[in-house]
Design a protein around this ligand. Structure first.
Ligand SMILES: NC(=O)c1ccc[n+]([C@@H]2O[C@H](COP(=O)([O-])OP(=O)(O)OC[C@H]3O[C@@H](n4cnc5c(N)ncnc54)[C@H](O)[C@@H]3O)[C@@H](O)[C@H]2O)c1
Length: 471
């Protein structure tokens, strides 16, 4: 039998991965009907909002949704209908780190994947290709197959594919338009290879044919890729601490290192720490996998990457306190940026949350401004970071502002926590005039022109550079 020609796709999970990925598939494959389903009604309503106030921010995403929505792209809370109609289903649900039970704090919580899989088995009345897109440990596809086969109706066959997503938030649309690689894993049976071919044909509408069918064990590639990226950030951040102590400049060091073609220049920017939904979670997953395989040294090695990231955030908060004459009690600190990186509204594991919690515990007053993150999200994150403090108490210490200029007014210090381009272009003279003196700036993202700000009168502290104003 020839591989199935896919005409209807359903994506379970309308989040940061499912939403952009399947919107791009719909755009590039106008002959395929794509329905993205989610149990979260507020999220689906936002995807369907008449003014395109989408639930996530990604440069270029609105334009994609504008072109495809209502044509061959649909968003719905009717999960069952989406499953029933589709011939190919992406499972793109969340896989957070487990909070309790075996592997708590390390292993991935596969409950959402399992529930979605069970739903497919219950609802499907015809054969489906089921594509695991969530980041899951090796052998999850086998569990999915067992669940599907044990619960399916007669004459329904399920072919499971693994198709990890490598997009980075902030550049998701560009990444999806021209991916570095598309990996598709399948069983090496004729049915598995055919299912893989069907998915390849979907991507072939815009991606050059360099995807390969692989045995399902290659799943570890994604954990490994994210671990290597995060390790690179922690390595450069570890060097930034050394630079601060020895009088070197991390930007220059990184630049010089990047000239080595074996290393390359990308992902060598020191910062206040990595965040996002993937890096920490995937490394902890790798730690868990290593421990399960009785490889404690390997587990300790990868755990250290996360510990270095925590250290970097702690170190930065401490530097703020030390510089402000060892106390920030009652002092106003403006935190510019709340998202975990620029060009996204995602705040998961954002370094800003840790910094603000540290400032709160030092009894500072904190003004926050972010161009994309909703006020509601900020309050939710701050509440989660300090579960023992009632929201009213947090609100006495923290103010969310409508602009960077407003956030900096009457502040003693400005902390740049996210590298939004607009922070580079603020009217820093006006900011200086509105602040208490001496006015401090702490650049956690190597974003601003420190010399220019020093000429205005600021005392500037930059990550990876010594505190002396001469450097
Ligand atoms: N965010 C990234 O940059 C990124 C990149 C690559 C891979 N991943 C992986 O992709 C997966 C999804 O990540 P995300 O950032 O999109 O998560 P997310 O939390 O933004 O979205 C997941 C969505 O799935 C929905 N959902 C959960 N169970 C469901 C069910 N049974 N039926 C219907 N909807 C359900 C949730 O309501 C939520 O809206 C994760 O495994 C993640 O590790 C994420």
């Amino acid at each position: 039998m020839a591989p199935l020609k896919v005409t209807k796709i359903c994506c379970i999970g309308a989040g940061y991965v499912g939403g952009p990925t399947c919107a791009v598939i719909a755009l590039k494959c106008p002959h395929i009907q794509v329905t993205i389903v989610d149990l979260n009604k507020a999220r689906i309503d936002a995807w369907n909002s008449p003014d395109f106030a989408l639930p996530i921010y990604e440069p270029g995403l609105v334009e994609v949704v504008r072109q495809a929505r209502g044509r061959n792209l649909f968003f719905s809370t009717d999960v069952d209908k989406g499953i029933e109609e589709a011939d190919l289903i992406f499972v793109s649900v969340n896989t957070p780190t487990k909070k309790s039970g075996v592997g708590a704090g390390f292993a991935a919580d596969l409950n959402y994947v399992e529930l979605a899989t069970r739903r497919i088995a219950t609802v499907a009345t015809s054969s489906k290709i089921v594509v695991e897109k969530s980041t899951v440990p090796c052998r999850t596809a086998e569990s999915m197959r067992t669940i599907l086969e044990a619960n399916s109706r007669p004459n329904c066959r399920f072919d499971i594919l693994s198709n990890p997503e490598f997009l980075a938030e902030g550049t998701a649309i560009a990444d999806l338009f021209s991916p570095d690689r598309v990996l598709i894993g399948s069983l090496q049976t004729q049915e598995g290879i055919d299912a893989c071919e069907s998915l390849k044909q979907v991507y072939a509408n815009w991606v050059p044919p360099h995807s390969h069918c692989r045995p399902l064990v290659f799943r570890a590639v994604q954990l490994a890729a994210n671990a290597m990226l995060a390790q690179r950030i922690s390595s450069v951040n570890a060097l930034s601490a050394l630079c601060e102590a020895t009088g070197a400049n991390i930007d220059e060091v990184a630049h010089a290192i990047g000239y080595d073609s074996r290393i390359g220049p990308k992902f060598l920017k020191a910062s206040v720490g990595f965040g996002g939904s993937c890096f920490q979670k995937d490394i902890l997953n790798l730690v868990y996998l290593s421990e399960s395989c009785h490889l404690p040294e390997v587990a300790a090695y990868w755990r250290q990457v996360v510990e270095m990231n925590e250290y970097q955030k702690r170190r930065f908060s401490k530097r703020v306190v030390d510089t402000l004459f060892n106390t920030i009690t009652g002092k106003r600190i403006a935190v510019l940026g709340f998202a975990f990186k620029a060009d996204t509204g995602d705040t998961r594991e954002s370094a800003a949350i840790t910094l603000i919690r540290d400032f709160q515990s030092e009894k500072a007053l904190v003004n926050i401004y972010d161009p994309q993150v909703s006020h509601e999200q900020i309050w939710t994150d701050l509440q989660e970071a300090s579960p023992l403090a009632p929201l009213n108490t947090i609100k006495k210490q923290v103010t969310i502002c409508k602009s960077a200029i407003e956030a900096c007014k009457d502040a003693e210090a400005v902390v740049i926590a996210t590298e939004w381009k607009e922070f580079k272009d603020i009217d820093w003279e006006a900011v200086y005039a509105s602040m208490n003196k001496p006015a401090f700036v702490f650049d956690g993202r190597l974003l601003i022109d420190a010399d220019k700000l020093r000429k205005i009168g600021f005392t500037v502290t930059t990550i990876g550079r010594p505190s002396s104003t001469l450097v």
